[in-house]
Each structure stands twice: as structure tokens, then as C-alpha cells.
Design a protein. Structure first.
Lengths: 395, 356
């Protein structure tokens, strides 16, 4: 699947550069295989180095592929997405030597490295904080880093979180936020509990014990799940929102992979994991009933959660507040939005151009396809338009 | 046991005599005689010959300078680490709302700093001790097999294979432990906790395979090669005379090993075991991947938990404030002191062993 996608992108790239190749007087006759297309594209581009810039096109959006290198980093929740996107962008723009690198280090660390000028942008699970924490106001720090210009939070990657389970013979399960909160509080301990039975009419649930799993390490995923539970089931979930999951029972496992592995190898296992991991481990994925009926987890349903989100940033700063409770029918509520935090202006010219070009690439249909096959949800039209406007306004 | 060993002990002086001579001979390295020393010629070097080479020559001074420098650098580094740990830990410790040494809580959110190391200390020490209990006898057995029982060719192969265990990176042990070994071990663990569950140490804890017991067994495998390798070298160096003497007394093979090999290798193998213990105490990734964390605290081997190292490694990606980092560093400081204490005890035991 990745190969064919690569082939598509490479073919588009090749077509884009064919005209240039013709200008350079090189005759390229065969584009029958992806690799030869890509290599001829590369060679033709390098043979026309004298032309101002060899631009690439992806899905109708012109990429300028400015030469240079930018580094971003932070949130590990968007790491899979960013690795796939940077890889494709770098290969699309390899002729010009554009290089974009993303390194996961945790959201807090990413923001810190960004304002300490070690990175050109940060990936983060939460928007920049406007209130002081440990004597540091993130927005102020970022403003200083960007030469007095504002930092913008651009919500670009939406990751649905699945409530995954391992139960023989149960291929459809619905949970409510209250049930999830009660499972982690130790109030619901068996799968045939009354509350679960009520949420799953017509489904025979076994009398097995529930083995709840959660993240042992601090994570943005835990933070988002606690935010969701606190908003959607305030009576059942009484703990504070936190990057460390406040479970009263169950076991913590290292990383999303650790949680997914544990659910897979434990009968009766239950836990929250990023959707992609649940799919890869072939775990059961629960539908969520947020009060207006059970909603299955699909990319589309998860994307809809963004539509009801409120923009709390001003202008092109698109910091969001997700609506977790009382979502309309057909919306899968448990999603996590991660941001690209960038300077609205103030990077040096070459880096600024590359930043803008890469973010533009992230909004192309190719990039969206890549994101979806990596287990992320697409941005709904309304949000995507705003993000595109903000990117165009970057200096 | 002391009676027959007595005459042998006088002989232990002999290798030291050899060492002294070899050292003196080394100083006379440039002399034609000193260049090609064989065990036979070594004994014939006379003291007057050595005195011909004055001890204050350039290379000699350079070498002694070098050793002093390396020594000072190491000590300075340890001191610097200790200072860094203490300096970073003081702030959060002064704001800590619970007793750092006796609390089992680990809450490092900014508003409510309450962290203690009791649970960590217990899990760390418990897992390391269980690992030692399993690894040390096995390692000693393998070392003796290689040096005294197996034919030398077989011994070499076994030794090579054990050394190979040391070349496996700990993340591989972690993944293997978490995905293969721990689930495989689970039925045995379940049986143990069903049978002996009335003892708190064996109480049933977690549902998954990520128990302290599983982590300890993987640790045992991880520290096996280092203990085996050093013990093997030490046992291998048992002076021929001691062994011959034991044979001459009419000892059986086991008696020979008991009165000649083990007393000679005792301090060395204790040092080896302590190196292994050091590794077990500080092992990070493997433990982090295998061990489940649990809300609250449990004494049981069949529950989950956190060791110092696994806690710090789990927290490291999100050290977004000095307070938070400081709390983890305070835990690191305790591990530092613990390792120091273990080393001190090991030295004392090893030294005690030498004096008899």
C-alpha cells in the first residue's frame, strides 16, 4: 500500500518535472516503473539546476521545495504521522536538497527546544500555555524566539483514541464515558456488569474479569483521555486531568505499544490506545455512546469531532477546545488534536520558506491520504480551510 | 575446613612475589635481558640489575602522571555527579509534602508535590535480590564447569555462549521478556501465587504477565554472563600448586574445588556477584518494558511496580519543569547511594574473605 502510494506521488513528481526535463533537452521516454520515474525525475531536476527552482506539484498544490533544512520535534502522539510525511516530502523535494526532520521528545520538551532555538517548530499535544508555569509563560517565550512575532498553534493532526478490548466472541461492544471511568475506578470489574449490559443490548457478555490497562509513562494520550472523561462523565471521573493516568485499579504499561500488547495477551483486557495500534494488534475497538447513541470509530466520525470544536485562539492562531460532552449523533468524541507550533514570522528567510512549503504539503490530498493510512483522521473542511489560510499568511 | 587449608595459605604469597619481580623487571624494560622475559628468565633477574635503571626516567614519570590524572578525573566525575544530583534534588525535596524516604506515593504534579521512594526501593531491591539468588549459583556452576569439569574445548564453547548473552542489548531482553518469556512464565507464577498466596510476598497481584518475578528472572539472565566471566577467570587462575597440593592430600574433585579453587576465587567471585548486582539495580529498559505499574503499593513478587531506573526512564521524555526533573533526580540520588553502599559492603566482604 505504501509502495503504490509512493508510486503515485513519484509519478506526479515525475510528470511535474517532465516539462523541465524537456526544457533541459533531456529526452525521457519511459516512466513505466516508479523507481525509474523517480530517478529520472531526480536526474532531470539536477540537470536543470540552472533554472531558478525546480518546483514539484502534489495534488494540484505547487510546492516550491526551497533548499535547506529545518528541524521540528516534540509530541510522540504525532510521531508516526510526521515520520511518514517528512519522508515523503523529503523524497519529493530531494532534487533541491530540502530536508525536514521531526524527532519525538515529548510535547513539553519540544516546546522548550523550540523557544530555545534548537528547533524551527514544535509538535505538541496541547496549545501554548498563556499562563505561567514554573515562572515560564510559553506564549511569551515563543514570541521572543520569533523575533517579537506571535507563535501560532496550527491543529493539523487528529488522532482518534480507541477503547480497545480483548473478549472472545464479542465483536461489537459499546462503552460510555461513565463505564470507562468506572472500570478504571474499580467500580465495574466484570464484563457482564449491569452497566455494560445496559449499553450493549442483544450482546452476550461473558462473566470474565476486566483487566484494565493504562499508560505507565506520562503521555498526551492519557491527558486527553482524562480530559474527555472529566468533561463527559464528571460524576464518575473525579480525578484531575493529568498526563499520568489516575487509575485506581489495573496495570500501567510502557508506551502505546506496551498497552496494546498487554490487551492482546490478556483475556478480558481493556484499555485506551491510539487507533492505529488497535488496528495493528487486531484488537476489538469499542463504539462510544456519548449520550446520543453508539458511534463507531471511523476516520470520518472522528474527523467530525473537530467540527464541534471551538477555536479559542485569535486570528490565525487556531488553538482549539474540543467539545467532549453532548456531542451530536454520529460524532466519535475521543479524539486528540495535536498542533504544529510555528513562528508566524521571524525564522530566517530560507527556513521560513521551507517551513511554509512543508506545512503546505501537509494540507495536500496526498498528505491526507498518508495520514489516514497511518491511523489519523482527516481535518474537516471548515478547519482545513482555516489552517490553509494561516499557512498562507506565514512569513 | 580450616585445618587443611592452613599450609596452602602460606603458598598464596608466591604469586605476589612473582608479581613484584615482574613489576621490577618491567621497569628495566629497555635492558636487553628485560625485553624477552619468559617465566624461566623472570626468576633469574637480579635486584642489582634492576637498580641500573633509575626509577625517575621520563616515560616512568609520564606513566605515573597519567595514572594519577585518570584517577583524579574519575574521582572528580563522581563528585560532580553527586553534586549535580544533590543540587537538583534539594529544591523539590524542600517542597515535598510527604516523607521522601518512607512514602510510597509518587505525585509530582506542580501543585501537589508528594513523592517518596519506599515503593521504588522495595521493588528495586526485591527484583535485584531475586535475580542474584538465581544468577549467582548458576554462574558459579557454569564457571566451575568451564574451568574444572568440561573438556577444555567444550568449556571454551560454553564460555563463548555465555559471553554472547552479554552482547544482547537490554532492549532486546526487554522485548523478549515482555512478549515471550513473561507470558510463558505466567502459568508457573500463577501456580506459585495460588499455592503460597497466603504469604504477602507471593500474593496474586497483576492480571498480565508483567510481574516483579518475571522481571527478576530476566535480570538474572542478564547478569549471568558478567558473573560467569569474572568467576571463570578467577577460578582459572587457581595456582597449580594449590590444586596439586589438594590432590596430594587425597582430595576428590569436589574436595579439591572446595579447599583450593573456591577459597582462592572467593573474593574475586564476590566482586563479580557485586558487579552483577550493580547491573541488576540499575537496569532500565528491560525492566521498564516488562514490569507493569500498579496503583498503590504491594509487597508481592507477583504484583507490578517501578524500580528507580524504570521510573526515571518512564518520566524522562516529559521532564518539562525543573521541579519535576528534580524529584526524579532525588530518586536517582537514592539509587546512587544504594549502589555506593552495595559496593562498600562488597569490598568489605571481599577483603574479609582474603584475611580469612
Amino acid at each position: 500500500m505504501i509502495l503504490t502510494r509512493f508510486a503515485k506521488v513519484a509519478a506526479i513528481a515525475a510528470i511535474g518535472t517532465l516539462s523541465l526535463a524537456a526544457c533541459g533537452g533531456t529526452t525521457t521516454t519511459s516512466t513505466d516503473s516508479a523507481s525509474s520515474a523517480a530517478s529520472s525525475a531526480a536526474s532531470s531536476a539536477s540537470s536543470t539546476e540552472t533554472s531558478a527552482s525546480a518546483s514539484q506539484s502534489a495534488g494540484g498544490t505547487e510546492l516550491t521545495c526551497p533548499a535547506g533544512k529545518i528541524n521540528g520535534g516534540g509530541s510522540s502522539a504525532q510521531d508516526i504521522a510526521m515520520q511518514a510525511l517528512t519522508k515523503e516530502y523529503n523524497s519529493l523535494c530531494s532534487a533541491n536538497g530540502s530536508e525536514v526532520i521531526y524527532t519525538k521528545s515529548g510535547s513539553g520538551q519540544g516546546i522548550k527546544d523550540f523557544y530555545n532555538k534548537q528547533l524551527q517548530w514544535a509538535g505538541s499535544d496541547s496549545a501554548l500555555k498563556t499562563e505561567p508555569k514554573d515562572g515560564v509563560v510559553e506564549t511569551e517565550k515563543v514570541k521572543a524566539r520569533c523575533g517579537g512575532n506571535e507563535g501560532w498553534n496550527l491543529p493539523m493532526i487528529v488522532g482518534p483514541v480507541a477503547f480497545a478490548y480483548n473478549l472472545d466472541g464479542v465483536d461489537k461492544l459499546t462503552v460510555t464515558p461513565a463505564i470507562v471511568a468506572d472500570i478504571y475506578a474499580g467500580k465495574i470489574t466484570t464484563w457482564n456488569d449491569k452497566a455494560l449490559a445496559a449499553a450493549n443490548p442483544g450482546v452476550t457478555l461473558p462473566a470474565e474479569k476486566i483487566a484494565p490497562f493504562f499508560r505507565a509513562d506520562e503521555s498526551g494520550t492519557s491527558e486527553n483521555v482524562t480530559k474527555y472523561l472529566k468533561a463527559a462523565a464528571p460524576k464518575n471521573f473525579t480525578a484531575e486531568t493529568s498526563k499520568t493516568f489516575p487509575a485506581k485499579v489495573g496495570e500501567g504499561k510502557q508506551g502505546t505499544q506496551g498497552v496494546a500488547d498487554a490487551i492482546k495477551s490478556t483475556k478480558g483486557g481493556f484499555g485506551y490506545v491510539e487507533w492505529k495500534y488497535a488496528q495493528d494488534a487486531q484488537l476489538g475497538v469499542s463504539s462510544v455512546d456519548n449520550g446520543s447513541g453508539a458511534v463507531e470509530l471511523t476516520a470520518e466520525n472522528a474527523g467530525k469531532a473537530m467540527e464541534s470544536a471551538k477555536i479559542v485562539g485569535t486570528g490565525n492562531d487556531l488553538a482549539l477546545k474540543l467539545k467532549y460532552d453532548g456531542t451530536p449523533a454520529g460524532v466519535y468524541p475521543m479524539v486528540m488534536v495535536t498542533y504544529e507550533i510555528v513562528c508566524s514570522a521571524g525564522l530566517d528567510q530560507a527556513q521560513g520558506a521551507l517551513m511554509k512549503d512543508f506545512l503546505t504539503y501537509m494540507t495536500t490530498p496526498e498528505a491526507v491520504t498518508t495520514l489516514q493510512s497511518a491511523g489519523y483522521a482527516p481535518l474537516p473542511e471548515a478547519v482545513a480551510t482555516k489552517v490553509s489560510t494561516a499557512i498562507q499568511a506565514l512569513k | 575446613m580450616n585445618q587443611p587449608a592452613e599450609p596452602l595459605r602460606a603458598a598464596t604469597l608466591e604469586p605476589e612475589d612473582h608479581d613484584t619481580l615482574a613489576h621490577l623487571a618491567g621497569a628495566a624494560d629497555e635492558s636487553p635481558v628485560g625485553k624477552h622475559l619468559t617465566p624461566e628468565t623472570r626468576g633469574r633477574i637480579t635486584i642489582p640489575h634492576v637498580e641500573l635503571a633509575p626509577p625517575t626516567k621520563g616515560p616512568d614519570r609520564f606513566f605515573s602522571g597519567l595514572t594519577v590524572t585518570t584517577g583524579v578525573v574519575i574521582v572528580a566525575m563522581i563528585a560532580a555527579i553527586a553534586i549535580f544530583l544533590v543540587a537538583s534534588a534539594v529544591g523539590p525535596l524542600s517542597r515535598n509534602q510527604v516523607n521522601f524516604l518512607t512514602s510510597t506515593r509518587w505525585d509530582i504534579s506542580d501543585q501537589n508535590l508528594a513523592f517518596g521512594i519506599a515503593a521504588l526501593l522495595w521493588t528495586t531491591v526485591l527484583s535485584s535480590i531475586v535475580a542474584m539468588v538465581i544468577a549467582v549459583p548458576v554462574a558459579m556452576g557454569v564457571a566451575l564447569l568451564i574451568t574444572h569439569y568440561a573438556p577444555s574445548r567444550v568449556g571454551r564453547v560454553v564460555g563463548f555462549l555465555v559471553d554472547l548473552l552479554a552482547a544482547v542489548p537490554s532492549i532486546v531482553y526487554g522485548l523478549w521478556g515482555a512478549r515471550v518469556f513473561a507470558p510463558w512464565l505466567k502459568p508457573f507464577g500463577d501456580w506459585l501465587s495460588d499455592t503460597l498466596g497466603f504469604i504477602p510476598l507471593f500474593e496474586r497481584g497483576v492480571t498480565s504477565a508483567g510481574t516483579v518475578f518475571a522481571a527478576s528472572l530476566v535480570l538474572a539472565i542478564m547478569i549471568l554472563p558478567i558473573i560467569t566471566a569474572i568467576s571463570r577467570d578467577v577460578f582459572d587462575q587457581t595456582p597449580r600448586d594449590h590444586i596439586e597440593a589438594a590432590w596430594a592430600l587425597g582430595a576428590t574433585k569436589w574436595e579439591m574445588i572446595r579447599i583450593a579453587v573456591i577459597p582462592y576465587g572467593r573474593s574475586g567471585s564476590i566482586a563479580a556477584a557485586m558487579l552483577g548486582l550493580g547491573r541488576a539495580l540499575g537496569e532500565t529498559i528491560a525492566v521498564m518494558l516488562i514490569l507493569s505499574t500498579v496503583p498503590g503499593f504491594s509487597w508481592s513478587l507477583f504484583s507490578g511496580g517501578q524500580t528507580f531506573a524504570s521510573l526515571i526512564a518512564r518520566g524522562a521524555p516529559e521532564f518539562d519543569s525543573p521541579t519535576k526533573a528534580g524529584a526524579y533526580i532525588a530518586a536517582g540520588l537514592v539509587l546512587f547511594v544504594l549502589t555506593f553502599a552495595v559496593n562498600g559492603v562488597a569490598r568489605a566482604v571481599a577483603a574479609g574473605g582474603k584475611k580469612g
